[in-house]
Design a protein around this ligand. Structure first.
Ligand code: 9MR
Length: 344
């Protein structure tokens, strides 16, 4: 991608199609989450396929500043942003708010206090990464059972807080695309279905007060236990598009926890899952970005056993490339889905 990238050897999987180029030809931005892993071959693989980098955890509020008195820990994320820049890749800010790793020191009791503490945090972080083309201003604020997640700032200050952060984000980066990102929006289980409505209700409310927002991130952690519904996701995407918003498939992977142990069968099922889901959602022109939550099994949160899904057997094989960085059937499946996507 950049002139600094060494020549790629034939046996390296990177010599094949570039997902980033395939996507670009269709107006679709292809990105990958990145842990900052130092391996040079892995970095080349990422640089070859991805046009956008998302730090996997190094930009999360509690990682950046666990205590009020802590200095900002920008170093690890700076290294990832530097990798992106030196390879001509864009950088996405994930995330300014996350219930799972909150910064309690910014949980003021009064809204004025929240504005100064949480608002100050948002300002500092956005000023540190002016190159970010987009921000997950909020990650995971909609509930399955309840319209908004029961989290201190959200349940205390509600829409006022969400609107405040979005406006502040726009003020600090007028050109960045602002995103609300969430999981299970693609899930077909009965218990998860209300989540789509909860998101649409939130979007209606934000629209009524003219909050700045550009896209909804549908994470797309496709599970073998709780199957995704491509059809329901497409209907949901259309409703988001009706509101004038873009959609990012923002954290795509396939959790193979209950798939057969036989590797060929498992890889085939993983590939089919990617292909079915992607072919359906990419048929919608409002889907403008696709981010893989790890391009390879070599460095992957599911392989690292950071998920809650219990494994029935075998080592996880959730990504497009294996732990030797060789392409799997899932890679060809994603290529086919990209090739069949209409231009946008
Ligand atoms: O993949 C990420 C993992 O390495 C981190 O340990 C974890 C906690 O910071 O977050 C994971 O990424 C999550 C993302 O930020 C939000 N959606 C769910 C992702 C998987 O848990």
């Amino acid at each position: 991608m950049s002139s600094g990238v060494p020549t790629i050897q034939i046996q390296e999987a990177t010599a094949s199609h570039s997902l980033g180029e395939l996507g670009k030809a269709r107006g679709l931005e292809i990105g990958c989450a990145f842990s900052g892993h130092a391996d040079a071959r892995y970095r080349r693989l990422l640089a070859h396929h991805s046009r956008l980098v998302v730090p996997e955890w190094q930009l999360k509020p509690r990682f950046l500043r666990p205590r009020r008195v802590s200095p900002y820990n920008f170093g690890p994320c700076d290294a990832i942003a530097g990798f992106a820049a030196s390879n001509g890749m864009a950088f996405h800010g994930h995330t300014l708010f996350w219930h799972e790793e909150p910064i309690r020191w910014a949980h003021g009791k009064s809204f004025e206090r929240v504005k100064s503490d949480y608002g100050g945090f948002i300002r500092d972080v956005m000023h540190h990464y002016p190159q970010a083309v987009s921000w997950d201003v909020f990650n995971e604020i909609v509930g399955e059972q309840e319209p908004l997640r029961d989290e201190f700032l959200i349940s205390t200050f509600g829409l006022q807080f969400i609107d405040y952060c979005l406006r502040l984000a726009r003020e600090n980066s007028p050109t960045a695309r602002l995103v609300i990102n969430d999981y299970n929006l693609e899930c077909s289980s009965d218990w998860s279905l209300p989540k789509q409505d909860h998101m649409l209700r939130l979007l209606d409310a934000l629209r009524a007060i003219d909050s700045p927002l550009h896209a909804i991130g549908i994470q797309g952690h496709l599970s073998s236990v709780y199957r995704a519904s491509a059809a329901s996701t497409v209907r949901f995407i259309d409703r988001i598009a009706d509101l004038g918003l873009d959609v990012f498939i923002s954290e795509l992977d396939v959790n193979d926890s209950t798939m057969p142990a036989d590797i060929a069968v498992r890889d085939g099922e993983v590939a089919a899952y990617y292909e079915e889901f992607l072919t359906a959602v990419l048929s919608r022109r409002s889907v403008k970005r696709l981010v893989l939550w790890g391009i390879s099994d070599f460095d992957n949160w599911i392989v690292r056993r950071q998920t809650q899904e219990k494994r029935r057997s075998g080592k996880a094989r959730p990504a497009l490339f294996d732990d030797q960085l060789q392409p799997k059937p899932a890679f060809d499946a994603v290529v086919r889905a990209l090739e069949s996507a209409p231009p946008r």
